[in-house]
Design a protein around this ligand. Structure first.
Ligand code: PGA
Length: 253
């Protein structure tokens, strides 16, 4: 079933004490929001917070995600965190291929294929990010860029595995800039993504894939973005760091 999802990507923000307070407020306030059965909220705090936050979540509408995981299962990989470790800490999902990881940590499609495999093997939901840079959009290459990002990593999956993936379209020029894609730009790209999924896996799987929009989502623009036909929710950075803002965005779904 195609789900509506609001995911908060905290990035490298909050020390554990503040993160616990934030998660606890979200956990409490979410209970006052009437969410449909097909709607879920995800928070992705830093690794160091996961154990503590997992212990306080008691809303069945609130899921926990990590922001990254290792390509490897275990062993001599200093500084890495495996998908199994995250699963055992209580993670339900892992964000993969965020543009910041692609840009600063040189994550390529080959690396993402391995991470995706780890996440799926450990029965978590991959939230797979894609999106073009400004120059690419200006040159009219945005559809090709997004198609390549998606096809290189996701199109060798079986239908069963692909059905577990959530896609997040995040134009790089809209991330953390305060410049949001227009409703039309978001809808156009989401419809394109659904079309290429349909060409590869068929209409039924494409119709059931959740495609989130990310990039400067805030309480004022969320409801219009989410009302677009192919936009199934949002991946929210900055505005997920204040419980009230995040709850307002959740209410917009
Ligand atoms: P932003 O970040 O909402 O702060 O633009 C979104 C993201 O990077 O996921």
């Amino acid at each position: 079933m195609r789900k509506k999802i609001i995911a908060g990507n905290w990035k490298m923000n909050t020390i554990v004490e503040d993160g616990v307070t934030l998660a606890s407020s979200i956990n409490t306030e979410i209970k006052n929001v009437t969410l449909r059965d097909d709607t879920f909220v995800i928070i992705a705090p830093p690794f160091t917070h996961l154990t503590f936050i997992n212990q306080l979540i008691d809303s069945d509408k609130l899921l926990l995600a990590a922001q990254n995981c290792s390509t490897e299962t275990k062993g001599a990989y200093t500084g890495e965190v495996s998908a199994e470790m995250l699963k055992i800490l209580g993670c339900d999902a892992v964000i993969l291929g965020h543009s910041e990881r692609r840009a600063y940590y040189h994550e390529t499609s080959d690396i993402l294929i391995k991470k995706l495999d780890q996440v799926l093997k450990n029965h978590m939901i991959p939230i797979f990010c894609c999106g073009e840079m400004l120059e690419q959009r200006e040159k009219g290459e945005h559809f090709k860029v997004v198609e390549n990002q998606i096809s290189e990593v996701l199109f060798d999956l079986s239908e069963e595995d692909f059905s577990k993936v959530v896609v997040a379209y995040e134009p790089v020029w809209a991330i953390g800039t305060g410049v949001t894609a227009s409703n039309e730009q978001a809808q156009e790209m989401h419809a394109f993504i659904r079309k290429i999924i349909s060409e590869k896996f068929g209409n039924n799987i494409a119709d059931n894939t959740s495609i989130l929009y990310g990039g400067s989502v805030n309480p004022s623009n969320a409801s219009e973005l989410f009302s677009q036909k192919d936009v199934d929710g949002g991946l929210v950075g900055g505005a997920s760091l204040k419980a009230d803002n995040f709850i307002n965005i959740i209410e917009a779904i």
